[in-house]
Every structure is written in structure tokens, then in C-alpha cells.
Design a protein around this ligand. Structure first.
Ligand code: FDA
Length: 394
């Protein structure tokens, strides 16, 4: 005999817990299953342990999807202000770091505690360290077979996240379940991830590892203005993580270092006022020292005085700094990716409820859906909003 519930949710992450709370508040008997020993593990490690739980500017333009309209309904019905109100109701203090990104003042664990308290209040049952071996459709809805017996419910919500950070228990479970029920998948790939360079490029820029600079990173039409960090493996920092979601194998990344500065004009001014200054020293007034030396070497200006440089030479070195083109060899993959791009094809889901159009009672929410946010609290906002949407319907 299978144990009966109204709703079974697979995944006690951000989306699953939000869905459970909303469904529980509506009086539904909800069971959340997770194979991990603790709920909300990604919340715990997010935002450097302070959880960037939302972004006050979150809107459809901050998300990638084959159908950019899909996320609109859910995002409109559960807004960043709604989550902020919940956080404040629980006495959790927060601050805006930059670009609308809201973080806990103390710890990401405050968010997990808040969600667990809300779940308890709503009468939700949570079963951790539970392995799921099969899902099947039965007359009353769905049967989920676990290592502790079978459970049945009219509504089954898949909230098991994406493939990023397998070490933390991320699996392709949601995609396999979608395929089992005939739902299409948009090809998945690691996103918000550092990009790697090939050995020849690394040889050239290897000694820059650890240098960070303000930059605009561009790939095709997408551009992000934030810090870039050079590493032993290639490129990282927020601007690179952002652009990685748009990058594809074979494409180039163009970095405009110090994007607010007209480097050529500054160097020409310095040439007038201090012509005896060495070019690499002058560049070090504009750029981090190691980068200044690198670009001076590349342009064969090291040791030359500014007064000896033609306009053409100054223009060329400035262009090399503000149009620095690199061709990544790949990415660091799911091992370090913050999210998974692609996922359950939104054409198969109802955008208001997250329910599979052809499989009544089956829902997909959170990161496993083909809706991927930028870096900066957008992915949690999608988890809350899609969880909320399904929570009103299951
Ligand atoms: P999530 O991955 O959170 O939860 C899925 C749950 O399902 C997990 O508890 C997992 O154990 C469980 N599960 C998986 N497979 C299962 C199976 N087969 N059986 C049973 N259970 C299973 N975003 C943001 O907005 N702000 C931020 O600050 C950060 N920071 C950040 C840092 C790092 C290091 C990472 C890796 C990611 C972020 N993110 C982020 C992204 C954010 O963590 C992510 O988008 C959400 O956690 C997605 O929420 P979900 O609930 O969809 O999946």
C-alpha cells in the first residue's frame, strides 16, 4: 500500500520549498522528498554564504530561454518585493550590495531556517536522505518509489534542479523524468561558469593570474560591465560568468578594459606633460601594473619613452587594451557552473502554473526548466516565482 498525499515535491531546494509552502497554505497535504541529507544546500553556499536571494530589478530581460516570454507570468505574480516582505517578516536583515543584488546581513542559513519554519507552519512533511528509484503514472495520479516505500499523489512537482555542482548531489533527474513523460528538453550546458583558455594562450597571459580589472565583456550582441579576473585556467569574475551564458564553442570574447576611460587621449596628454615617462609606467597609472606591463610588452613599448611614441602607436596600444580579443577553449563545466542553461522545454509547460500541458498533474519548477537568470539573485527569484506559481495550482 502506497502512502497517500495530495502533492509530492521532489527536491527540497529553493523552488521546491517555496512550492511546498504555498501548497501547504492552501490546505494541501504536501510531502517533499530529497536525496540530500539537508535541505537547501545550494542556498547555504550561495552568495559566498550570504545568499543573494533576489534582485530588485529582476524582470524577463534578465533571463535566457528559447521562449523569452515564458517567465513573464510567474515573475509578475511573485516579485522581488514579495520575497523581501517574507524575509523581513522573519526578522532577517539584508543589504543591497550592487546592481540591485540583495544579500542577507548575517547568513544564508537564515533563509533556509525561514523556509523550514514556513513549511512547518503550513504542515508540510519533509523527508530527506531518500533515494527515488521510479516514478509511474497510476489512476490516482503518480506513484513515486523510494528506498523507504512508495508514495502517491495527484500532483507531482519536479524541483530537483540542474546539473551544476554534481559533488553537491546535482543530477539529471528532472530531465530524465521529463523525457520519461515525453516532454522535450532544450540542450543543457553549464552557465555562469569560468571560461578556460588553451595552453598557448595561457602561456602568454599566465603571469597575469590573479589580476582583476573593470571591464565590459562582449560576446556577439551580449555585453556585461563588471569585474574580470584572470586565472591560472583562463577567465573568471562576474563579467565573464555573465557572458559565459551567451558564449558558444568557437566564439570570441572581447574585453574592453577600463571602459570609462579614453586611454589614447590620456596617454597623449601624458606625452605632452611628461614625455620622458616610460610607456609601461604611464600605462600603470591607468591599468593594474601587471596588465600595463603585459600590454606594453605586447606592443613592444616596454622601456620606450612616451615622447618617442607616435599617435599611431598610442592608438594601437589603446585599442589592444580596449578591444582585447580572446578565444576561450571551453568552460570549467558543471564542476563550477552556478547554473544549468537549457532544460525542460517551456513549450511543454503552462507558463501560469508550470504544469506539463500533456501530462495533467505533473509540474516542473526552478532551475530544471529552460529559464536561466543572469548572475545577481535572478536565479533564486525564478525559483521563488516558479515555485509560487505551481504552489497555487497543485
Ligand atoms: P536546487 O538545486 O536548489 O535544489 C534541487 C534539490 O533537488 C536539491 O536539494 C537536491 O538535493 C535535490 N535533488 C536533485 N536530484 C535529486 C534526486 N534524484 N532525488 C531527490 N532529490 C534530488 N542564485 C542566486 O540567485 N543567487 C546566488 O547568490 C546564487 N549563488 C550560487 C552559488 C553557487 C555556488 C551555486 C552552485 C549556485 C548559485 N545560485 C545563486 C544559483 C541557485 O543556487 C540555483 O539557481 C537555485 O538553487 C535553483 O533552485 P532549485 O530549487 O531549482 O534547485
Amino acid at each position: 500500500m502506497a502512502e497517500k498525499h495530495d502533492v509530492v515535491i521532489i527536491g527540497a531546494g529553493a523552488a521546491g520549498m517555496m512550492c511546498a509552502i504555498e501548497a501547504g497554505k492552501r490546505g494541501r497535504r504536501v510531502l517533499v522528498l530529497d536525496h540530500a541529507k539537508a535541505p537547501g544546500e545550494k542556498i547555504r553556499i550561495s552568495g559566498g554564504g550570504r545568499c543573494n536571494f533576489t534582485n530588485i530589478h529582476a524582470g524577463p530581460k534578465n533571463f535566457l530561454s528559447e521562449n523569452p516570454h515564458f517567465c513573464k507570468s510567474a515573475l509578475a505574480r511573485y516579485r522581488p518585493q514579495d520575497f523581501v516582505a517574507l524575509v523581513e517578516q522573519h526578522g532577517i536583515t539584508w543589504h543591497e550590495k550592487t546592481l540591485g543584488q540583495l544579500f542577507c546581513d548575517h547568513s544564508a542559513k537564515d533563509i533556509i531556517r525561514m523556509l523550514l519554519a514556513e513549511m512547518q507552519e503550513a504542515g508540510v512533511a519533509l523527508r530527506l536522505a531518500t533515494a527515488i528509484s521510479a516514478i509511474e503514472r497510476v489512476a490516482s495520479g503518480f506513484r513515486v518509489t523510494t528506498d523507504e516505500g512508495a508514495v502517491e499523489a495527484a500532483s507531482l512537482v519536479v524541483a530537483s534542479g540542474g546539473k551544476s555542482i554534481p559533488k553537491m548531489g546535482a543530477t539529471g533527474f528532472a530531465y530524465r523524468t521529463a523525457e520519461q513523460f515525453g516532454l522535450p528538453i532544450v540542450e543543457t550546458r553549464p552557465a555562469l561558469v569560468p571560461l578556460t583558455l588553451d595552453p598557448a594562450q595561457l602561456d602568454k597571459i599566465g603571469e597575469l593570474a590573479g589580476v582583476a580589472a573593470d571591464a565590459e565583456a562582449r560576446c556577439g550582441k551580449a555585453a556585461f560591465r563588471e569585474a574580470v579576473l584572470l586565472t591560472h585556467r583562463g577567465l573568471s569574475g562576474p563579467a565573464i560568468l555573465q557572458i559565459s551564458s551567451y558564449w558558444r564553442e568557437g566564439a570570441e570574447i572581447v574585453l574592453r578594459l577600463m571602459p570609462d576611460i579614453d586611454i589614447a587621449s590620456i596617454l597623449k596628454g601624458m606625452r605632452r606633460t611628461n614625455g620622458r615617462q616610460a610607456a609601461h609606467t604611464a600605462l600603470a597609472d591607468i591599468l593594474p601594473r601587471r596588465l600595463a606591463h603585459f600590454f606594453a610588452e605586447e606592443a613592444k613599448l616596454a622601456g620606450r619613452m612616451l615622447a618617442d611614441l607616435s599617435d599611431k602607436a598610442i592608438d594601437a596600444v589603446s585599442a589592444s587594451i580596449q578591444n582585447w580579443t580572446l578565444k576561450p577553449a571551453g568552460s570549467e563545466g558543471y564542476r563550477t557552473a552556478e547554473v544549468t542553461l537549457g532544460g525542460v522545454d517551456t513549450r511543454a509547460l503552462d507558463s501560469r502554473t508550470m504544469q506539463a500541458r500533456e501530462v495533467p498533474g505533473l509540474y516542473f519548477i526552478g532551475e530544471c526548466v529552460d529559464v536561466t537568470g543572469w548572475l545577481g539573485g535572478y536565479n533564486f527569484q525564478w525559483a521563488w516565482a516558479s515555485g509560487f506559481a505551481a504552489g497555487q495550482e497543485v
